[in-house]
Write a protein that binds this ligand. Structure first.
Ligand code: URA
Length: 248
């Protein structure tokens, strides 16, 4: 059976066959799942379904076996240290690598909280908790994101002050930022920039607004969460305390 096509503009959803939903919940093998479904013991949204191939949307549909919920979708909060070269989309029509290629053993559907460009490395949170995601991305909650930026030129103190005060981008002025010089070589400066917004390619555009360019960009912190010992390309769950800290 073909998986239903996604509608234009609607994100891909965690859709699985009914048989797989039951076997993935650890209740039995796929053969057992098929036989339970065939025997009329399984319902989707209260209606008995006897087709193992029925597509089920794990975020919306309630599946029961003998009247008991099959899977209460637990909340998952994953912190990934994204290398460059990976997209933060679920599927790329051109077949390029996505962050999901680094999360293959996670069988719940989790979405990136905000995005990192393909050529940006650093911390990315993925979760199935949409309210939590909203808190991190909505600038009203002022959750900071800190970036280490290597610019293609030496950045003067005046340019740094412009970044701090806010620069004008084509989608409006940026909010005040915390900007510190990390190091200078003869031809380049490295800066640490903390912002509370997350507009598309914001840091790159801020640096372009002061007549330089980004050579290298990494997100090194989200609120109080830093990379720490996490190795590039790997991930870990956020601790309950970290989740609370980020919720504010
Ligand atoms: N700003 C950018 O320009 N790119 C990112 O990936 C994140 C912030």
């Amino acid at each position: 059976m073909k998986q239903p096509l996604k509608k234009e503009g609607v994100p891909d959803r965690p859709i699985k066959t009914l048989e797989r939903v039951i076997s993935k919940a650890g209740l039995g093998s796929r053969t057992e799942a098929r036989s339970w479904i065939g025997a009329g013991r399984v319902a989707v949204n209260g209606k008995v379904i006897q087709t193992p191939d029925k597509w089920v949307d794990l975020e919306r549909d309630k599946v029961t076996l003998d009247g008991k919920p099959v899977r209460a979708l637990s909340k998952l909060y994953v912190l990934l240290y994204k290398p460059t070269g990976y997209l933060t989309t679920y599927k790329d029509p051109e077949g390029r690598a996505t962050v999901y290629d680094l999360l293959t053993e996670i069988d719940q559907f989790i979405s990136p909280v905000g995005r990192l460009d393909q050529d940006t490395s650093g911390l990315l949170i993925l979760t199935n908790d949409t309210q939590f995601a909203e808190r991190i991305t909505n600038p009203d909650y002022k959750v900071s994101k800190t970036y280490l930026v290597k610019a293609t030129t030496v950045i003067t103190e005046e340019q740094i002050q412009l970044l701090r005060d806010g620069v004008i981008l084509n989608d409006g002025p940026t909010k005040p930022a915390t900007v510190n010089r990390v190091a200078d070589s003869e031809s380049r400066s490295s800066l640490e920039i903390t912002i509370t917004e997350g507009r598309n390619r914001q840091v790159r555009r801020m640096i372009e607004a002061i007549d330089s360019k980004v050579k290298k960009l990494a997100r090194i912190a989200i609120g109080p969460i830093r990379i720490g010992k996490l190795e590039i390309g790997t991930h870990r769950n956020l601790t309950p305390r970290e989740v609370d800290l980020l919720r504010g």
